[in-house]
Ligand binder design. Structure first.
Ligand SMILES: [Zn+2]
Length: 401
């Protein structure tokens, strides 16, 4: 009797404390994974993860993505993380997130941060209240989640989903096209905007794209008008194999996806698999009756969102000068999530092999390197930043071509 009272009192104070976490409770394989990661136990709920590296780059760490498959409830977690391979890119440059369902994420900060410690750091998680826990980099997005959203969007009559082919890992290379099929304007008169994420671990920027798509598909009167006058192409992940492996910048062949454009033209012999298929797909758009007007390379780095433009021929001719676009963008950004638009000055450090400089070099179209957003540590803020951007596009790209 006394025993049962004790149990009941304990339960009323919270979940019964489970047994401590074990190495076998952790998995680095899954929709968000981390190739080559190993884990060792250092003490009670205290572990060390040693990260593996990207294909062909022994000094590029894979990102820390894993699941606790069971037994997390009632346990906290101290996780030391190390990457012995070098430091050109640090695994701890951006925040991590954790979640019980893989949908709703909580940001968690590194103890030291990459400015102080580039190869060793630590995460301290609070006591968990559920048994299964997902951990990923930035505000994570798996390919399966991206595909689920694309399938939902595909039911909208304004959406057509294209595949540029299959990745090396057998995943579809999805390009989502949005425009009003009942528009009175011929396709050849509509502005066309191409937004694509190159670096697959820059998940904040992928959520920026999700916010952008959801606004374009909304019943906001500006969005309804925009859909009639514009064609929007969105690629959530140019390297869809990456999230399950923890690759931050590359494809299976180890090519940095934003150094993969080939200004002389797509060439299967000169490019790796996905970059070739994507550039071929882009070139087909350029040869179609609705060629691309603006090509956006969607990335994450520190701070708020930071678009840098290489202007095409529409500025100061069909449309006003780029400074007018800057002002229109600012007007559509009530939360201050986007830096004032600026024009790229001087030779690009990325040049024609990037997906903003490349289309600009090959076709002369407006290229936008859209960086930043690492400080936006929730899905909603990243989505809001995408809404700010596309509202600015919708207003500045007035009328039709
Ligand atoms: Zn990037």
């Amino acid at each position: 009797m006394v025993g049962s009272i004790a149990v009941s009192a304990c339960a009323s104070l919270g979940a019964p404390r489970g047994s401590e976490l074990k190495v076998q409770d952790f998995s680095f394989d899954g929709p968000l994974g981390s190739d080559g990661a190993t884990i060792e136990k250092l003490g009670r709920n205290h572990f060390r993860v040693t990260l593996g590296h990207a294909p062909e780059h022994p000094d590029w760490p894979n990102k820390l993505n894993f699941q606790i498959l069971r037994n997390a409830r009632g346990n906290d977690l101290r996780l030391e993380v190390t990457f012995p391979g070098g430091t050109p890119y640090s695994f701890n440059e951006y925040h991590q997130s954790w979640s019980y369902d893989g949908v709703n994420w909580n940001p968690i900060a590194w103890k030291l941060g990459y400015l102080k410690s580039k190869q060793n750091d630590e995460l301290n998680f609070p006591e968990f209240t559920a048994d299964r826990v997902h951990v990923g980099t930035q505000t994570p997005m798996s390919f399966e989640q991206a595909e689920g959203m694309i399938r939902t969007w595909a039911r909208n009559p304004n959406v057509r989903v294209h595949s540029a082919g299959k990745s090396r890992g057998g995943r579809d290379l999805y390009r989502v096209e949005i425009t009003d099929p009942r528009s009175p304007h011929p396709r050849s008169r509509r502005w066309a905007h191409y937004f694509a994420n190159q670096h697959p671990g820059e998940h904040n920027s992928q959520w920026r794209l999700v916010g952008l798509v959801e606004w374009v598909l909304s019943e906001d009167s500006a969005a309804v008008d925009y859909r009639r006058r514009n064609i929007t192409h969105v690629v959530l992940m140019m390297s869809p194999d990456a999230p399950s492996h923890g690759w931050y910048r590359v494809n299976q062949e180890g090519v940095d996806m934003n150094r993969s454009y080939r200004p002389p033209g797509a060439d299967s012999a000169a490019q790796t698999h996905e970059p070739y298929l994507w550039q071929k797909d882009f070139e087909e758009l350029m040869a179609s009756d609705a060629p691309v007007t603006t090509a956006w390379a969607i990335h994450t780095w520190g701070g708020i969102v930071e678009p840098i433009v290489e202007p095409g021929p529409e500025f100061g001719t069909t449309l006003a000068a780029w400074t007018q676009w800057r002002d229109v963008m600012a007007k559509n950004d009530p939360l201050g999530l986007v830096e004032p638009l600026k024009v790229h000055q001087g030779p690009s450090s990325y040049g024609g092999t990037s997906w903003s400089g490349g289309p600009h070099t090959q076709f002369g179209v407006t290229g936008v390197l859209c960086e930043g957003g690492a400080v936006l540590q929730t899905k909603q803020l990243n989505m809001d930043s995408g809404v700010a951007l596309i509202r600015g596009v919708a207003e500045f790209y007035a009328g039709t071509k």
